[in-house]
Design a protein around this ligand. Structure first.
Ligand SMILES: [Zn+2]
Length: 211
């Protein structure tokens, strides 16, 4: 269920009854609930349960079983509070491409694919590292971070429309599930200053959409 406050969705679905207000952080118990969020009267307010963000149907995802992921086990990391966008630079736009990433990351010692999702140029979304487990997609500090990689090199080229559309609907779906605000949607270079990932063109798109 969602309320709408200051043009920001407010998540009212946390089982504790506390309001996360899309910050990814929960208010201390008893401090604030969804119905007591302060909304200036000049802003739009809709009662909980009536807000449906654009693209609200979760997009279809090709599961690990379906694309033939290798094995692996990783520490549990169920609470997600940020989304990090990457590009893969190289790779086929197919399940073969995803298997190649899986094998490449296994060779690097990641125990298999490090991104939680991979999107090809046709807009197909592949499940990567299981979402409940910690990813391996930034230097250190992977806790709480969902990694989404777009297959391809977007330093100078724009991703194709289906690929961008799938990225946006996946990000929106994850924002709703985990109460992640736009300000916690990053390009990889925001987290690790030494990298050019996700490519300047895609980075600019991420900033245009989420800042
Ligand atoms: Zn990256």
């Amino acid at each position: 269920m969602y309320a709408f406050c200051n043009n920001n969705p407010v998540n009212c679905s946390d089982p504790s009854g506390m309001c996360s207000a899309y910050t990814g952080k929960y208010d201390p118990p008893g401090k604030k609930d969804c119905l007591s969020v302060a909304c200036p009267s000049s802003t739009k307010y809709k009662p909980p349960g009536t807000y449906s963000p654009p693209g609200s149907a979760p997009p279809p995802v090709v599961s690990r079983d379906e694309w033939g992921a290798g094995g692996g086990s990783w520490p549990s990391d169920p609470r997600k509070n940020a989304i990090v966008i990457h590009h893969t630079v190289v790779g086929d736009h197919s399940a073969d491409g995803v298997r190649a990433i899986d094998q490449g990351h296994a060779i690097k010692g990641f125990g298999g694919i490090g991104y939680h999702y991979v999107i090809d140029e046709n807009g197909t979304i592949y499940e990567g590292r299981p979402i409940g487990n910690i990813g391996t997609h930034v230097e250190e500090a992977n806790t709480g971070k969902i990694g989404i990689a777009l297959i391809g090199n977007y330093s100078e080229t724009k991703p194709k429309t289906p690929q961008l559309d799938s990225m946006k609907s996946l990000v929106a779906s994850l924002q709703r599930t985990y109460s992640i605000s736009n300000s916690n949607v990053y390009g990889h270079q925001d987290i690790n200053k030494g990298t050019e990932c996700p490519g300047q063109v895609l980075y600019d798109i991420v900033m245009a959409n989420y800042r």
